[in-house]
Design a protein around this ligand. Sequence first.
Ligand SMILES: [Zn+2]
Ligand SMILES: [Zn+2]
Length: 213
Amino acid sequence: MFDLHVHTVFSDGELIPSEIARRMVAAGNEGFAITDHADFSNISDILSKLEKLKDFMDLYDAKFLIGVEVTHVPPELIGKAVELAWREGAEIVVVHGETVVEPVKNGTNFAALNEEITILAHPGLMSEKEAEMARENGIHIEITSRKGHSLTNGYVAKLAEEFRFNLVINTDAHSPSDIINDEMAEKVLRGAGVEDWREALDNNRRLFRRLRK
Ligand SMILES: [Zn+2]
Ligand SMILES: [Zn+2]
């Protein structure tokens, strides 16, 4: 699979990018996106660190996108943070949605879906209005294999069927044991009730190829 939401030591993950790349290959995956937790204090820092690897990308068996996950930024400032991330060289911008297992501020999903972001991660109990915004603005919504965040996967899958927005499947990996393969991704999607699980895996692939510069 192409996992589009992974953390490194540049936020609260355990591994450096090269370690993740090897483990992704070992799990049979072709590519991934590094999307470390970011706010205004570290967006530039994370991206300039990751940028240093881009010159050597051809030598990695698992290719990766560099990006950020805008996390717990006040909704009024999410647009600015997203803009800064693109300007600083992000290839993918994820926003940390209103998961039910963290005190994410109300209005985060809504603010994020109004901006030019790639993926709204673990959106929790997103509203119907937000579902419409995701479809209209072409923003992909995440089904996640991560414990806790995954509690609302079934709800999100049902909403996707009704409102026709695009789903992706990500791990939100912080540790080596969080990495999954295609087979597990299929199980998570089917377990969430996503009938067209192949389409979701395809969305990951298509997004990765489109975003890779
Ligand atoms: Zn984290
Ligand atoms: Zn995350």
